[in-house]
Write a protein that binds this ligand. Structure first.
Ligand code: TXE
Length: 500
């Protein structure tokens, strides 16, 4: 079935070198204070790509001091908004120029198809920085019609030093969603990348400095969560923390923020998003979109359409076609042309996904296809489809974060609304129908931060993204993300002619 297995035994040599492995503090690449490093791996093989400086609490202290100084003394927050905007625009041009190297590094470190990184993700990063460059000089306060002889205005000021913790599934895209709005609004940053994927954040940060970012404005500390990440979340001199990752870690981050200096927290967490195929849907298109909604990025998407609800009238046909589509998915070395699907990120995720597949089989869901690993090296898993999945099965409740489609049957719209909402998550939903009435009803009833109608995974820079319920707090992208990085100051000036 998986015709590319042979090629997995001899991985293609990545067309890029690795130039940046140290921490980036105050505009300089430096070793960690402890001198420690950690290996970063190639998910195709599990082999070490490079050893990267391992930051911990002491390095976070150094990075926060640099960010504090850059914020308090400038020039960044005091530059004109137009000058900041131009730095971001120059950076976007540099991303375009380095597109292929960034994409190759992303694929090497993460395992995602090179074509996906090079044609979709890296270009979307340049697009997002242009979007936020556009906002930098359009952030207005208000004049407020208060009672009394007062001139009242609001100033929208940067919040200060932003701590940002990002995951490994979209390393550069997550870097952009966090760094773009924080810089546009004049903040300084300490960012901790995921321990699995430290390489592209360092490369991108280097380009930002080339674009004219002053030293200390963006500091990158590579390292582990319980050490570097926790130190950042609990730092007394960090004014705001933004996190993307698991719900369990999100809770820890919020707790650390509360226990230290009550810094405001934005969280973008897990999901178990419903994808609802109504009885009037064009089945072939619904199958393709549901397949994309789940298997994109090896199933490692917070917004993955991981509960495929299909109307009973079209269920059997849908399952048969979904299975055929999963079997046609081209799995292989992500550097190979035409490959849709590479390895999972690491052995932890690989084992976790295989455990969920086992649990699906044991709970008597029907394994339509897949269900096993591929090859003897790296972290490849067969695209897997389960039908006859019931709401109370673990595979229908937990975030699997892998290439495992679970297909459930429904009869009535009221019923599917109830079942779709019957989860602790509320990140996204997909609705597939030809009826405007059905679409309107579902979009209003689903308790999720995004509803895609007859489309999925549309991640434009202008569209806000975030979760209801335990999928998170706050929104990223669009105008909404600016508010995460701004303080509002009310300035009240008496209009009376003072006697003194
Ligand atoms: O996530 P973690 P992991 C989900 C997905 C996945 C599961 C576990 O279901 O299978 O989470 O993945 C940092 N203080 N998502 O273990 O732990 C960590 O170093 C501060 C969904 O990779 O949440 C990394 O930078 N920081 C998700 C980041 O948190 C800590 C994307 C994410 O890691 C920390 C990734 C601590 N105590 C996984 N512990 C999404 N929403 O897209 C860890 N970190």
């Amino acid at each position: 079935r998986f015709s590319t297995v042979a090629a997995l035994e001899e991985p293609i040599t990545p067309p890029v070198g690795i130039n940046y492995t140290q921490l980036l503090i105050d505009g300089k690449f430096v070793d960690s204070a402890s001198g420690k490093t950690f290996p970063t791996l190639d998910p195709r093989t599990g082999d070490v790509i490079a050893n990267v400086a391992e930051g911990d609490a002491e390095d976070v202290n150094r990075a926060v001091s640099a960010a504090r100084k850059a914020f308090d003394e400038g020039p960044w927050p005091k530059m004109t908004a137009y000058e900041r905007s131009r730095v971001l625009l120059r950076f976007a041009d540099l991303i375009d120029k380095h597109n292929d190297d960034l994409a190759a590094l992303e694929t090497w470190n993460n395992g995602k198809p090179y074509e996906q990184a090079a044609r979709i993700e890296v270009p979307s990063v340049a697009r997002l920085f242009r979007y936020y460059a556009g906002w930098a000089d359009k952030i207005h306060g208000l004049t407020v019609p208060a009672d009394g002889p007062y001139h009242v205005q609001t100033l929208h000021e940067p919040i200060g030093v932003a701590g940002q913790i990002i995951p490994w599934n979209f390393p550069l895209v997550m870097f952009a969603w966090k760094v773009g709005p924080a810089l546009a609004t004049g903040n300084t940053i300490v960012l901790k990348s995921a321990e699995q994927t430290p390489l592209t954040a360092l490369y991108a940060a280097k380009l930002l400095h080339e674009a004219g970012l002053p030293p200390g404005v963006l500091n990158i500390v590579s390292g582990y969560g319980p050490t570097a990440g926790a130190a950042l979340a609990s730092h007394m001199d960090v004014d705001k923390i933004a996190f993307t990752g698991s719900t369990a870690t999100g809770k820890i981050v919020q707790e650390l923020a509360a226990k230290s200096n009550l810094k405001p927290v934005t969280l973008e967490l897990g999901g178990k998003s419903p994808f609802i195929v109504c009885e009037d849907a064009n089945i072939d298109r619904a199958v393709e979109l549901a397949h994309f909604a789940l298997f994109f990025n090896q199933g490692q998407c917070c917004a993955a359409g991981s509960r495929t609800f299909v109307h009973e009238r079209v269920y059997d046909e849908f399952v048969e076609k979904a299975k055929a589509r999963a079997q046609r998915r081209t799995v292989g070395d992500p550097f190979q042309k035409g490959i849709e699907h590479g390895p999972q990120i690491d052995s932890d995720q690989f084992e976790k996904i295989l455990r969920y597949i086992k649990s699906g089989i044991e709970s008597n869901a029907t394994l339509e296809c897949g269900g096993d690993k591929i090859g003897s090296k790296g972290y490849y898993i067969q695209p897997t489809v389960f039908s006859n999945v019931k709401d109370d099965m673990l595979i229908a409740q937990d975030e699997i974060f892998g290439p495992v489609q679970t297909i459930l049957k429904f009869k009535e719209l009221d019923e599917v609304i109830k079942r779709a909402n019957m989860t602790r998550y509320g990140l996204a939903a997909g609705v597939f129908t030809k009826s405007i009435d059905t679409a309107n009803m579902l979009t209003r009833a689903l308790r999720t931060g995004t509803v895609w109608v007859n489309c999925y995974d549309v991640f434009d820079a202008a569209i806000p993204f975030g979760g209801y319920k335990m999928s998170g707090i706050g929104r990223e992208k669009g105008i909404y993300s600016l508010h995460n990085y701004l303080q509002v100051k009310a300035v009240v000036t008496s209009l009376e002619n003072p006697a003194w």
